[in-house]
Design a protein around this ligand. Sequence first.
Ligand SMILES: Cc1cc2nc3c(=O)[nH]c(=O)nc-3n(C[C@H](O)[C@H](O)[C@H](O)COP(=O)(O)OP(=O)(O)OC[C@H]3O[C@@H](n4cnc5c(N)ncnc54)[C@H](O)[C@@H]3O)c2cc1C
Ligand SMILES: *[C@@H]1O[C@H](CO)[C@@H](O)[C@H](O)[C@H]1NC(C)=O
Ligand SMILES: *[C@@H]1O[C@H](CO)[C@@H](O)[C@H](O)[C@H]1NC(C)=O
Ligand SMILES: *[C@@H]1O[C@H](CO)[C@@H](O)[C@H](O)[C@H]1NC(C)=O
Length: 587
Amino acid sequence: MIAISRVGALLALTCSVGASRTAVESFDYIVIGAGTSGLVVANRLSEQSSVTVAVIEPGNDERNNANVTTTLFGAGLNTPVDWLYSTVKQSGAGNRAFDLHAGKAWGGTSAINGMTYIRGNVAEFDAWEQLGNPGWNWNSIFHYFKKSEKYTVPTDSQLAAGATFESRYHGFHGPLHVGYIPALENGSFAPVVRDTWAGLSVAHNPDLNSGSVRGYGMGPQTLDTKSNVRWDAARAYLHPAENRPNLKVLKGTVKRITWAAGKSEAGLLVADGVEVVTDDGESTVLRAKKEIVVSAGALRTPLVLEGSGIGNPRILKSLGVEPLVDLPGVGENLIEQPSHFLVFSGDLHDSSPSAYHSYVTAAELFGADLAAVEAATRASIPRWARAAADASGVRSLDICAIEKLLKIQHDLLFKHNVTAAEILLVIAPDNILASNYWALFPFSRGSVHLESADRINEPLVDPRIFLADFDLSTMMAAGRFAEKFWLSEPMKTKGSVMGPVVSGGLDAQWQAHLRDTVIANSHPTGTASMMSRALGGVVDPELRVYGTANVRVVDASVVPMQVSGHLTATLYGLAERASDIIKRTTH
Ligand SMILES: Cc1cc2nc3c(=O)[nH]c(=O)nc-3n(C[C@H](O)[C@H](O)[C@H](O)COP(=O)(O)OP(=O)(O)OC[C@H]3O[C@@H](n4cnc5c(N)ncnc54)[C@H](O)[C@@H]3O)c2cc1C
Ligand SMILES: *[C@@H]1O[C@H](CO)[C@@H](O)[C@H](O)[C@H]1NC(C)=O
Ligand SMILES: *[C@@H]1O[C@H](CO)[C@@H](O)[C@H](O)[C@H]1NC(C)=O
Ligand SMILES: *[C@@H]1O[C@H](CO)[C@@H](O)[C@H](O)[C@H]1NC(C)=O
């Protein structure tokens, strides 16, 4: 019976756009993208039974795809549920093109990601307010972190294996299961990891979700601990709502937003629908009576905006798109973290993969060189800002604005002492041990744009990895720190660790090794930033695209600066808060 009713629900839900020959379908809200953030918004808006909500998504319902449901990381990568974008060749990294993974499924990237649930540091969220967003700070988003979360307290055996938590930082009644992987109960690695980091002055952090991620701790994940199933955004926010008659998921890819003939009284563009391309290449239009919410992810939202006439007029004209709103920040300010693996071998056996996180500050990374690094970084900001502005094409970005952003980031790192790098331990089969580490706050700024108005599935992505030398220095310092971990007691003797990999260990050797083997973390943010328009922002604090009356963006694009945690924890909270704002401010 359950199977039959589920099929019924599926049929009602997965009608193909344009399949029926009836009049143009219309909805109050259209959400573009059934991803991590879009499904939060779709769920919360459709709680209001008086409004209708459609979500447009090119990916499929993957609730029965074992590559999605498994809690082993990586199964969905490079399969049909991965868009697998490629960057332009990176001159700072051996002239290689990088893979950027992103989910193509109900649930978006939450369907393929590493499931780590870690928020970030208080000061990182408070910086959003400084960027022109009154009301966006740690205190205001904290309530929404808890609203989204359904935390499962670790079992006694998980606690014995090293899991720790503090209840006051967690929500217990939200839709998103957060907890520890069942296999952790057999983990035996934690005491060694903890003691080794402690010996390197990286203290144990009892709860990485408290607003301070500094130190070493075991991170929870977005999974159901009982069934050991990935809890992606579809399981959390769509499946429980899929029988609502006012919510529909439609299959298709949005090419552009369509606009009403006249402007609003305030002189703003008014969206009245979207043009959707179906799998067979047909175009159809859906009407939106109230609002459009763009949630296509940091690499795709800018493309939707550009295709709709919103962006840098110079770029739009070259695409043959009529410029309607001059917003040069669209597709700029792309912040992607450089990531690297150091691989060791050892005879340690453990069954708690990827739960051991360490977050270190610039002071810990640079030691006695801290003051010199701080000063050199500050002095380089104008140069990096100019490089980012030049790359945007005939300086269409305001160099002073970029400088201001980079200075705020500099303050975060060197005044507020937020964490500068994450070092994640990976234990793989066949005695493989690794440190995967990344710079949390790169100063490089890249871009993503439409390459041609019709190639809506192929973003032209340039993260400009290592444009800023700080990023390379941070990676080098983090790599050395990671190496030191494996070669320090008690880790060293317990695991008979073989290494190091970067022989010689001179700066030049490290730099060459990093440039040749660095990868992208697939954590892009900032490409339609929530910031003042003067700073190059694209959306206001109510997530509304400047110059429009009724188009919002809710996804990683609006996150104006990186956060130290992993992104979904932040995005679930952000999308929950955004949903309340949209409900309150829709006219
Ligand atoms: C390999 C990998 C590992 C990661 N590991 C972690 C982790 O462990 N923990 C963590 O917190 N974060 C992790 N992240 C990052 C995190 O998952 C993403 O930042 C987050 O899921 C992005 O959410 P979003 O809402 O911005 O976009 P997405 O979830 O990507 O949603 C965008 C949706 O829009 C759809 N779409 C795109 N274009 C269009 C269009 N034109 N029309 C209609 N729909 C469209 C897409 O198909 C997709 O479903 C990882 C990311 C990757 C790639
Ligand atoms: C799951 O991944 C495997 C290995 O990459 C692949 O062969 C298989 O086709 C994938 N399954 C689906 C449903 O895509
Ligand atoms: C832990 O190990 C025991 C004994 O090998 C095994 O029966 C059990 O299934 C394991 N638990 C998990 C969650 O993997
Ligand atoms: C940051 O670190 C510096 C140098 O270690 C210290 O002087 C300063 O007080 C710290 N600031 C904060 C806010 O912790």
